[in-house]
Each structure stands twice: as structure tokens, then as C-alpha cells.
Design a binder for this molecule. Structure first.
Ligand code: IDP
Ligand code: MG
Length: 138
């Protein structure tokens, strides 16, 4: 069944100028792009997006990183999109990510790991709504 997930190309992805390659890899993996934006996250918006991590020791650094440059949020659709996208990007820490995954190919560290992917269909709905109105999606 068709499912949606939220991806974000993080600031390091754009700094490295690999956003085109990463988007091509996402398309080649069978995802349809239903929404795409280019924006700079405000501190408030980044804090809200990562609110689930607010007690974690890396929260402050994570917010600083995510506001350090522009990002590209994408609403993606595919059968089994949430799990399949997590598989495509690989483990949070690129050192543990499988060969051929986006994080293995491009990420520098557990923090600067190139791309976000929702971890459940329920969170995907909330995260998509963080960036897109229904009327923005094709
Ligand atoms: P995920 O992005 O693979 O779902 P989460 O555990 O949800 O990983 O963490 C959210 C983001 O926080 C990660 O993608 C990464 O940028 C950052 N992060 C996670 N764990 C650490 C850590 O131990 N140190 C620094 N940053 C981290
Ligand atoms: Mg997560």
C-alpha cells in the first residue's frame, strides 16, 4: 500500500553539493516526490521538529547543525515508504551503515549524516505537516 515519509536533505548535504545525486538515488529507488522545498530552518522550527530528542545530550548541537545552512524537505511516496527509506539511507552512524546506503556514501559522522527519514508512519504524518500543507502536495 502507498505510504508517505518525510525526508530532509540536511545542511551538510547541500554544503557538499551532492543534493542532486541524493535526489536521483531517491528517485531511482522508486520514490515519488510529492512535495519539495528549499528553506533555512529557524531555531524554533528546528527545536520543534526534534522535540522528541530534547532531553538528549546532543540536542543543542543538533539544532545548531540543522540551522547552519539551508535544507531540502521532501515528501516521498511509495509502497512501504517509511521502512524502505530508512533502508535506503542506512544507520544513523555512517560507520555502521551498509555499503551503498546514502549515509555510508556521503555522511561524515553520527551527527552530520546527510539526510533525515521518518521512523514510523505516524511520525511521518506529523513531520510532513511540519513542512507542507496538503494543498502543497502534488
Ligand atoms: P535518525 O536520524 O537515524 O532517526 P535519531 O536517533 O532520530 O536518528 O537522531 C536524530 C538525529 O540526531 C540524527 O540523524 C543525527 O543527526 C543526530 N544524532 C543522533 N545521535 C547522535 C549522537 O549520539 N551524537 C550527535 N548527534 C546525534
Ligand atoms: Mg529519528
Amino acid at each position: 500500500m502507498k505510504e508517505r515519509t518525510l525526508a530532509i536533505l540536511k545542511p551538510d548535504c547541500l554544503e557538499k553539493r551532492v543534493q542532486g545525486k541524493v535526489i536521483q538515488q531517491i528517485i531511482d529507488a522508486g520514490f515519488d516526490i510529492k512535495g519539495m522545498r528549499l528553506l533555512s530552518l529557524s531555531e524554533d522550527s528546528a527545536k520543534k521538529f526534534y522535540e522528541v530528542h530534547k532531553e538528549r545530550p546532543f540536542y543543542g548541537e543538533l539544532v545548531a547543525y540543522m540551522t547552519s545552512g539551508p535544507v531540502v524537505p521532501l515528501c516521498l511516496e511509495k509502497d512501504n515508504a517509511v521502512a524502505d527509506f530508512r533502508k535506503l539511507i542506512g544507520a544513523t552512524n555512517p560507520a555502521n551503515a551498509e555499503e551503498g546506503t546514502i549515509r555510508k556514501m556521503y555522511a561524515d559522522s553520527i551527527e552530520r549524516n546527510i539526510v533525515h527519514g521518518s521512523d514510523s508512519a505516524e511520525n511521518a504524518k506529523k513531520e510532513i505537516a511540519h513542512f507542507f500543507n496538503d494543498s502543497d502536495l502534488v
